[in-house]
Ligand binder design. Structure first.
Ligand SMILES: NC(=O)c1ccc[n+]([C@@H]2O[C@H](COP(=O)([O-])OP(=O)(O)OC[C@H]3O[C@@H](n4cnc5c(N)ncnc54)[C@H](O)[C@@H]3O)[C@@H](O)[C@H]2O)c1
Length: 359
């Protein structure tokens, strides 16, 4: 299948992903028995975790929902979500509190097929994602260690920032415990794609449902690169391209500043994570031709062992990393400018794990 045909397929799939109605699901799965999956959210009581858990409750591929957060009211979040009358009666259990953290996390992770991780501290105005490294590295490493003990075959979707470093941290911890499967670890960069679609639609006067955009690189500032040259039918001026690229790369800052100290994107991120989770589960369920952008273990770009790009998914996770399309000179320049930063941030995560003392 050509790259553009795959892109069209991705678009169709993305549109479908937003329609989680049982009607659609019944139509799609009419011909065979659908699998069901146990989903676990770590950081489930937070700004992203709560709406994400609620959206997962609506996903017909989710059979069981387990929530964990150090916040003591996490069982209350689960009880609240559990009262939503979605068909199938997905049970929702919450484990929380600042005591027995690893033990409770282990209970939540038991039998998980997919683990989505928004645990950690969000940005405040003036902070870069990398400023969160010291706070979030330990949290993500603890989650990875517990996952390797309790659910070593699960898909792991890392949301906690800085994604450019937390995904390598997750990988290194799994490697230390001999449970690393590069096909199953994803840095969630879907929000960058969502923002691209929204801002492009606004710029072109299009219906956002008719927009698709590939976003490559990483998930921080200039490492976020939308490939506007690949947007079919778009007519961008040079000024448009520069302004849109900047707005997409730094879209998170708009939210951080507007929230004025109350955190970063939560609702749009919950939507993005629910879309991406749905795509991973649909591929795991046997649906073919699903392509999504994600930050994964990759050898697409020299010196960058992790890279966000369109990834073909199957029942085992990453089936294939698609080749990059021919980029414009502007995009090639952006890619070469981002490479040193992304390389440094990836290596920072790898080095951090190497420096940790074994317990
Ligand atoms: N990947 C992306 O595109 C993207 C977008 C937005 C935010 N983020 C990141 O997601 C993370 C969460 O953001 P938020 O706005 O939900 O923050 P938040 O503070 O509202 O929620 C984080 C939750 O994590 C919990 N937590 C902290 N340590 C924990 C641990 N050891 N185990 C389990 N839970 C733990 C907290 O109790 C809290 O409920 C941040 O790091 C943020 O930067 C990523």
């Amino acid at each position: 299948m050509s790259f553009s045909a795959l892109k069209r397929k991705t678009f169709t799939n993305a549109i479908r992903s937003l329609k989680l109605s049982t009607k659609y699901t019944r139509q799609f799965h009419a011909s065979r028995t659908r699998q069901s999956f146990n989903a676990c959210v770590i950081g489930a009581a937070g700004g992203i975790g709560q709406p994400l858990s609620m959206l997962l409750k609506y996903n017909p591929l989710v059979n069981k929902l387990s929530l964990f957060d150090i916040a003591p009211f996490t069982p209350g979040v689960a009880a609240d979500i559990g009262h939503i009358n979605t068909s199938g009666g997905v049970p929702c259990t919450g484990y929380g509190g600042a005591e027995n953290i690893l033990e409770n996390m282990g209970k939540a992770l038991a039998d998980a097929h997919i683990v989505i991780i928004p645990a950690g501290v969000p940005r405040q105005p003036g902070m870069a994602r990398d400023d969160l490294f010291n706070m979030n590295a330990t949290i993500v490493a603890d989650v990875a260690k517990k996952c390797s003990e309790v659910c070593p075959d699960a898909f792991y979707l890392v949301i906690s920032n800085p994604v450019n470093s937390t995904v390598p941290i997750f990988a290194e911890v799994l490697k230390k415990h001999n449970t690393y499967d590069k096909k199953k670890l994803f840095g969630v960069t879907t929000l960058d794609v969502c923002r691209s679609k929204t801002f492009i639609a606004e710029n072109q006067g299009w219906n956002v449902e008719n927009v698709d955009c590939t976003v490559i690189g990483g998930h921080a500032g200039i490492t976020i690169l939308p490939l506007l040259s690949q947007v079919e039918g778009a007519n961008f001026s040079k000024e448009d391209i520069e302004a849109l690229t900047k707005r997409i790369s730094f879209g998170g800052d708009e939210v951080v500043q507007a929230k004025a100290g109350a955190g970063s994107a939560t609702l749009s991120m919950a939507h993005a994570a629910a879309v991406f989770t749905n795509m991973v589960l649909r591929a795991a369920d046997g649906e073919e031709g699903i392509v999504e952008c994600s930050f994964v273990d990759s050898n697409l770009v020299k010196d960058l062992p992790f890279f966000a790009s369109p990834v073909k998914l199957n029942k085992d996770g990453v089936e294939d990393i698609l080749p990059l399309p021919t980029m414009s000179d502007f995009e090639k320049e952006c890619l070469s400018k981002m490479t040193p930063q992304l390389k440094t941030e990836i290596q920072k995560g790898v080095d951090w794990v190497a420096e940790q003392k074994e317990e």
